[in-house]
Design a binder for this molecule. Structure first.
Ligand code: ADP
Ligand code: ZN
Length: 680
């Protein structure tokens, strides 16, 4: 594997393989048929890209999404790899370049949309081009039962037979049925070398919160992560729109996305999200497959997802680059009721409904967990692990109590009232409130009347919610949500089992959310300056920021502060080609930042204006000697830049009024500053 490891460092800039990668690379390189199941973010692309560089001839890559293919090709070219794509999104020139590279036998990776396989000329083209391997990304798209089914994927098996070359299939979907279908359709039923990589995503922090003031909870979470790209999943289309509005009002850059929008509008949001650093998209689950952004820093659920699988997949979109990412899932009794009802009222056959209840139960169990959430999540997927240290319950152990008595009282209230009421009325009975409804039904005479005075109303609400979460009771859709006891509750009722519950899990709203940063306070300004630099370069090259360098690389740069190009080369994610292209530019930012942070910048720490300030600083440094680099050296004072960042003039004349900027400086920097100031 020596050569593979050399290329890993020199082309991709990685110090070593991620778990599972080495074996897969080895198998693909040896020409085995391969099926690799790896979690999102596990680093699947490298497993076919690296072998492609080690082999003669071209590797054809079939991938379902044009935008993603184009980004991967750009990223490869940035790293100095001969790659091209044939998609309907190509310009004539791009297609021409691909053909030339094929003719000259230079091309190593040829990306292709599955639709292309339908055209007769494709096979002839590939035969002529000297294809030596096929790689299939998102291989679960061959599954007719999955929601990502692509009919054209069914042609891939045929292609493999026609070219008679090895095929490597990659997917993050691991269930048995899908796996079996992939083997049937892509490998003619002959089992390939199969690699199943664990489900853990240790860089993703897990947290759940009970809904208290849900909008505030989401706004606080976003406020603490200002400027970082995130997704907020909502249960309804309407909520995506109102929440995006609320986020914008709070000063974030945010837009909504749902299946009811025009295809074109959706495409615009997808493209913006892919390109921009710091956009928040509020979305329904329709926002899924089309996103392949490795630097999503957080995912929040404004409402409970529908199952543990959905939860895992949705949070899994965060932190694909391996840098820390955070998640927050909000839930409450109404969510539980909604999800139960959706299953009950759905059209699925009975056994499917019962499976869906089980998957929902698994998620609720995770929500109401009393110890490490990751352990519980991984256990669901059949993996054992120790407490993770990166979930809310590891951060701060919850207060628990023996809830057996409370649960038995609640069950007794439910049974004695004929399983016909919801939480409100049941709690009145437990608390001994002789309301009109209680009196009208004679419930003040029940032996359970007033037996629950030791808890408050909100504590009882938490008990009922947790009983739903542990599937001891279920709302009955046909009886307006009245609670029914389930079989799971019988042992507790009969005093054969005990249950531990959490004390109220509602977090009291904190006055001001603490700003979370990816790096320490000392390194934050440098990280921000490096990001500004990356943004300028990405805009100039018209590529997404992560194509230049992923967040993880910038974080490492900010922390290690390489002082020379040699030291820079040690940073993960920097290969030879990128070092040559960008190394010295980032080095300048780093050496520039070694000077103590100016007090004017310090005052803006953690505010949106801070980022603007950093971008102004970069623009100024670039123009310090004019557009051609031969002019007189000019700079503005830090306090002028701070004023600009805070007041954000929108025209040159407004800019002139803030003082500190004479005609000369306006002429030199004015337009560049305005571009930045009007962009935020
Ligand atoms: P997926 O498995 O979801 O397709 P990708 O192939 O897009 O994941 O990889 C996710 C991220 O991990 C990318 O940013 C990639 O550059 C990075 N990555 C892949 N392999 C390694 C490695 N060996 N070391 C460090 N980073 C890696
Ligand atoms: Zn944990």
């Amino acid at each position: 594997m020596q050569r593979a490891e050399d290329l890993l460092a020199s082309v991709f800039g990685f110090a070593g393989f991620r778990p599972g990668q080495a074996e897969i690379v080895e198998a693909v390189k040896n020409g085995d048929n391969v099926l690799a199941i790896m979690p999102t973010g596990g680093g699947k692309s490298l497993c076919f890209q690296l072998p492609a560089l080690l082999q003669d001839g071209v590797t054809v890559v079939i991938s379902p999404l044009i935008a993603l293919m184009r980004d991967q090709v750009r990223a490869l070219k940035e790293a100095g790899v001969e790659a091209g794509a044939l998609t309907s999104g190509n310009t004539e020139e791009e297609t021409e370049d691909v053909f030339t590279a094929l003719d000259e036998r230079r091309l190593k990776l040829l990306y292709m949309a599955p639709e292309r396989l339908a055209s007769g000329g494709t096979l002839t083209l590939l035969r002529r081009a000297g294809v030596t391997a096929i790689a299939v990304d998102e291989a679960h798209c061959v599954s007719q039962w999955g929601h990502d089914f692509r009919p054209d994927y069914l042609r891939i098996g045929e292609l493999r037979r026609a070219l008679n070359v090895p095929l490597a299939a990659f997917t993050a979907t691991a269930d048995e049925e899908t796996r079996a279908e992939i083997i049937t359709r892509l490998f003619d039923g002959i089992a390939p070398s199969t690699f199943l990589r664990g489900f853990d995503r240790p860089n993703i922090h897990l947290a759940f919160e009970v809904k208290d003031q849900p909008r505030r909870q989401i706004l606080d979470f976003a406020a603490a992560r200002r400027g970082q790209s995130g997704i907020v999943y909502c249960a309804t289309r309407a909520k995506t729109e109102t929440l995006a509005g609320a986020l914008r009002e709070a000063g974030h850059v945010s837009c909504h996305y749902h299946g009811g929008m025009d295809a074109e509008d959706r495409r615009v949001v997808e493209a913006r999200f892919q390109r921009e650093d710091g956009l928040i998209v509020t979305a329904t689950v329709a926002f899924g497959m089309g996103i392949d952004k490795p630097d999503i820093r957080w995912v929040a659920h404004a409402d409970l997802p529908k199952s543990i699988e959905a939860y895992y997949q949705e949070i899994g979109r965060a932190g694909r680059d391996g840098a820390p990412a955070e998640t927050l899932t909000l839930y409450g009794p109404d969510d539980i009721r909604l999800r139960r009802t959706q299953v009950d009222e759905g059209l699925a056959p009975a056994d499917r409904k019962s499976a869906d209840h089980t998957r929902l139960n698994a998620l609720l169990g995770l929500a109401e967990a009393t110890a490490c959430r990751r352990q519980k999540l991984l256990a669901y997927f059949g993996e054992t692990s120790s407490a993770c240290g990166t979930c809310d319950l590891c951060d701060c152990a919850p207060d628990v109590f023996d809830g057996t008595e409370a649960v038995r009282k609640a069950l007794s209230a439910i049974l004695r009232t004929g399983e016909s009421f919801g939480a409100g009325h049941l709690i009145d009975i437990l608390l001994g409130n002789a309301t009109d409804k209680v009196v009208a039904r004679g419930h003040q005479d029940l032996p359970t009347f007033g037996v629950g005075k030791d808890l408050t109303r909100s504590q009882w609400q938490a008990v009922f919610r947790q009983m739903m979460g542990h599937d001891l009771i279920r709302p009955d859709a046909e009886r307006y949500g009245a609670f029914r006891m389930t079989d799971a509750a019988r042992p507790i009722l009969r005093d054969e089992a005990r249950i531990t519950l959490r004390q109220d899990t509602i977090r009291k709203a904190v006055a001001k959310p603490r700003v979370r940063s990816l790096v320490s306070e000392d390194d934050a300004p440098l990280l921000s300056a490096l990001k500004a630099k990356r943004r300028a370069l990405a805009e100039a090259a018209r590529v997404p920021a992560y194509v230049i360098f992923p967040d993880r690389t910038l974080i490492e740069m900010a922390e290690k502060r390489p002082g020379t190009l040699d030291e820079m080369m040690q940073i993960s994610g920097i290969g030879a080609k990128k070092l040559e292209k960008y190394g010295s530019q980032f080095l300048e930012v780093i050496t520039g930042a070694d000077e103590p942070v100016h007090p004017a910048r310090r005052k803006l720490a953690g505010q949106p204006a801070g980022t603007v300030f950093d971008r102004l600083l970069v623009a100024q440094a670039e123009l310090a000697r004019g557009y051609d680099g031969t002019g007189k050296h000019l700079t503005c004072t830090s306090s002028t830049l701070r004023k600009l960042a805070e007041t954000r003039p929108r025209t040159l004349s407004e800019m002139g009024k803030i003082g500190g900027l004479g005609d000369q400086k306006i002429e030199r920097f004015g337009q560049a500053f305005l571009d930045i100031l009007t962009d935020v």
